[in-house]
Design a protein around this ligand. Structure first.
Ligand SMILES: Nc1nc2c(c(=O)[nH]1)N[C@H]1C(S)=C(S)[C@@H](COP(=O)(O)O)O[C@H]1N2
Ligand SMILES: [Mo]
Length: 198
């Protein structure tokens, strides 16, 4: 592997670690839904049942993935729904600047609109040609491979459109609001003016 693919301070571990805070949730297709709420264009909340979300068109992205605890998982092949597809089905108000990605049990991460709509960002439902396993985020996780992996929320249940930035779960607990691994934006004390909510 080329060294230039590894951001500063990262290493490639043996095996493929799985990490998250709290328990792995149970997936119940009958009651599962996916909400898009907050500053939608219509002012209404959009709600997708499992059958609807599952039938959205899918795309493939190959990307490396960098955890702030310093391991990186290289060349993952993700398949799922692009943010562009979701936004076409549930359009944002033109003033939306950020999104909050919400998971089961209240875990969350905020993203700038430019990171959410980046070409490599995906709502992944498959990894390496198999459905996601429960521990990797089944049925849907977002993958934002150009940011530290705490932003790649597993078990996503909602997207909230924001007119101004707000910190998510780890961003409120001392981690960097933007989280670019190439700039080693690990902790909130490193934030420069304009990189976090006022
Ligand atoms: N819902 C949820 N998503 C989460 C987390 C979590 O605690 N809860 N942990 C994040 C962190 S810190 C990392 S490094 C990656 C790990 O993904 P993996 O288990 O597929 O390696 O998931 C991220 N997504
Ligand atoms: Mo992480």
């Amino acid at each position: 592997m080329e060294e230039s693919r590894l951001p500063p301070g990262q290493y490639v571990p043996r095996g493929r670690p799985v990490i998250h805070y709290g328990r792995v949730p149970q997936f119940r297709p009958e009651t599962w839904n996916f909400k898009v709420f907050g500053a939608t264009a219509s002012g209404e909340e959009h709600c997708f049942a499992w059958a609807e979300f599952e039938s959205l068109p899918r795309a493939t992205r190959v990307a490396d993935f960098h955890c702030v605890t310093k391991f990186s998982l290289m060349a993952n092949e993700w398949r799922g729904v692009t943010p562009a597809t979701l936004m076409a089905a549930a359009p944002p108000d033109p003033g939306v600047s950020h999104v909050m990605i919400w998971a089961e049990y209240g875990y969350s991460a905020n993203l700038r609109m430019s990171d959410f709509t980046a070409p490599e960002t995906l709502f992944a439902m498959e990894l390496d040609e198999k459905p996601l396993t429960a521990e990797r985020g089944h049925p849907v996780r977002i993958v934002v491979p150009h940011l530290y992996a705490w932003k790649s929320v597993k078990w996503v249940r909602a997207v909230e459109y924001l007119l101004e930035d707000r910190r998510g779960f780890w961003e409120e607990r001392g981690y960097h609001n933007v989280a670019d691994p190439w700039r080693e934006q690990r902790y909130s004390y490193q934030e420069e003016p304009g990189e976090g909510p006022p």
